[in-house]
Design a protein around this ligand. Structure first.
Ligand SMILES: CC(C)(COP(=O)(O)OP(=O)(O)OC[C@H]1O[C@@H](n2cnc3c(N)ncnc32)[C@H](O)[C@@H]1OP(=O)(O)O)[C@@H](O)C(=O)NCCC(=O)NCCS
Length: 164
């Protein structure tokens, strides 16, 4: 049976999405590209404020990295690695002022596209169990929890996986 309230709710959701898209014009205008050496200071700035033990993650920056540049700086980055046709999202971070604009999603999609072109069979990511925002982000683009990994010194993480 036709439900007026559900219809109103659906159209509300639709309008919200449309508003989201127009509000997200900024996000659609952002390009993604591979990182250049000159991007490193800006990437490091984001890294330092995003993770308490940021120095443990510096090695990821030697992996293929995709960035979102804007006005001579970097708004976010994602670094990936490939081992025996298995891709891994090593690290992803967006500048605090630009979070919740869809940039994390955009970076993740670009990383997955890059890995797909490299013909990986699936992609993994390790997400700390207390990082709800990141878990939601990964779920949103199709990652599923595979198992909980206990890491005594580094903190427990969910291993998440997405098929190519
Ligand atoms: C995780 C991170 C990369 C997300 O970037 P972002 O640009 O804010 O993500 P998006 O705007 O694309 O969000 C996509 C979805 O992820 C989820 N999400 C992102 N941040 C969230 C938060 N703080 N709380 C709850 N959900 C969140 C939401 O479902 C969101 O969709 P919605 O806005 O339509 O609800 C960003 O918060 C960040 O840099 N955090 C610090 C570094 C970090 O923890 N990296 C992950 C390590 S594995």
């Amino acid at each position: 049976m036709f439900d007026v309230n559900k219809c109103k709710q659906d159209s509300g959701n639709f309008l919200e999405k449309v508003r989201g898209i127009s509000r997200g014009k900024k996000q659609d205008n952002y390009e993604v590209r591979k990182r250049k050496i000159k991007d490193l200071p800006a990437i490091l700035r984001i890294l330092r404020v995003s993770f308490p033990h940021w120095y443990r993650r510096i090695l990821y920056l030697f992996f293929p990295t995709i960035v979102i540049p804007a006005n001579g700086t970097i708004l976010g980055f994602v670094a990936v690695s490939i081992h025996e046709r298995v891709g891994e999202i090593g690290i992803i971070a967006v500048s605090a002022r630009h979070q919740r604009l869809g940039l994390g999603c955009k970076l993740l999609m670009a990383a997955l596209e890059y890995l797909r072109r490299k013909k990986i069979t699936y992609c993994l990511a390790k997400v700390r169990i207390d990082n709800e925002g990141a878990m939601r982000l990964f779920s949103k683009v199709g990652f599923c929890n595979v198992m909980l990994l206990h890491r005594p010194l580094l903190g427990d993480v969910y291993l998440m996986k997405k098929s190519s």
